[in-house]
Design a protein around this ligand. Structure first.
Ligand SMILES: [Zn+2]
Length: 375
């Protein structure tokens, strides 16, 4: 639920291209296949082809492939819609025909689903096999690029350690989907996981695309792996801009929740952490990946941080905290991070777990108490 703001510059693009190409057999063959696919796609394909020309000087035989693997996220989304159109047509025609042959077969909902059930369906009824061969037009695109999954799997064996490089480039230390767990990355063996935002089981054609590879924690990667719902990518324009982590709490005393002086235990027992966004795809992330549920396990941290923010946003208490800090060599600039134990600036959310919750709680409480809302 935090955006990835990193964008490849032209030097990094070339570095990435070199790394990917070194894992591939016959990259020029795939570049040719991509070129003809892009020609068939209309305006979006032409746009990409036009921009691919900038690679022509350095990579004359594979310039389409180069542009493809560093294609910006919004273009990838356009292509995905185009491919999805083909898949939907395939599934519609198959569903109609299969239902006539075998009443027991339920509807196919995705290409992944179709692939998973194919062998079963073939063996059950030979007439179905004929249907598949005739009706599934996405198959040819899938087959043409399915080796991209294999090349991706070669990444970790590559001496350049592509996973590690990607994670370092993005500057992410925490999973962008949950902002709860670190994305551990160690040079030699263990690197953080990369989630294929558009699953490679359905879209192998995106398996090597930089902006489809999201450094993520194992929990998020696993829970998302088979999701068929439309989710929000951390690379999407203005991703998670209006998503807020808030909290509900009915104080036992007369004060409102921002001023109450209740105990930590009381707060922890009765607090309810909520995550709110008006966007459908971002809500789908929360639902599918059970993000709100994961936050309920951090009520202890939430309660502590709320108590700290309540005191820190009280001018008298803040002066005392600053005075104590100054007496032990903590500068005024450092006091805030020292006392709150996390980052508050939006650009720092990728550095430490639960920074987003800390920031959102801080903004909510500071605004309710009449200040600090300008961050
Ligand atoms: Zn995560």
């Amino acid at each position: 639920m935090i955006p990835i703001t990193y964008r490849l510059d032209s030097a990094a693009e070339k570095e990435y291209v070199d790394k990917v190409v070194s894992c591939m057999e016959h990259p020029e063959t795939y570049s040719k296949k991509l070129e003809s696919l892009l020609y068939s796609m209309g305006a979006i394909g032409w746009d990409i082809l036009t921009r691919a020309k900038r690679f022509q000087f350095d990579y004359p035989k594979i310039y389409c492939l180069c542009q493809w693997i560093v294609m910006p996220y919004d273009e990838m989304e356009e292509i995905r819609k185009y491919l999805e159109g083909i898949i939907i047509e395939d599934l519609k025609s198959l569903n109609d025909s299969i239902r006539e042959i075998d009443k027991s077969i339920k509807e196919l909902t995705s290409y992944h689903d179709l692939k998973a059930r194919r062998t079963k369906l073939y063996s059950k009824n030979p007439a179905v096999k004929k249907l598949f061969l005739e009706a599934v037009s996405y198959d040819s695109i899938y087959t043409a690029f399915k080796d991209f999954i294999k090349f991706y799997k070669e990444f970790p064996k590559d001496s350049h350690r592509v996973n590690h490089w990607i994670i370092e480039k993005t500057g992410l230390k925490v999973c962008p989907y949950c902002n709860i767990q670190y994305t551990y990355s160690r040079k030699t063996q263990a690197t953080a996981q990369l989630d294929h935002f558009f699953p490679s089981s359905e879209y192998p054609i995106f398996a090597l695309c930089f902006y489809n590879l999201i450094p993520s924690c194992p929990a998020c990667n696993r829970i998302k792996s088979n999701a068929t719902e439309k989710l929000a990518s951390p690379y999407k324009k203005n991703a998670f801009k209006d998503l807020r982590i808030t909290w509900d709490y009915k104080p036992s005393g007369a004060e409102d929740k921002y001023h109450e002086t209740d105990s930590l235990t009381e707060l922890e027992e009765r607090i309810d952490i909520k995550i709110e966004t008006l966007l459908k795809d971002e809500n789908q992330n929360l639902d599918t990946m059970k993000i709100t549920d994961a936050y309920q396990q951090h009520k202890d941290y939430a309660s502590e941080i709320i108590k700290k923010i309540r005191t820190y946003t009280n001018p008298k208490a803040q002066k005392l905290i600053c005075d104590i800090g100054a007496s032990v060599g903590i500068t005024p600039d450092e006091v805030e991070r020292f006392y709150l134990g996390n980052y508050l600036n939006e650009s720092d959310m990728k550095k430490r777990p639960l920074a987003k919750m800390t920031r959102d709680f801080y903004l909510e409480i500071a605004r309710a108490r009449g200040g600090g809302g300008s961050r």
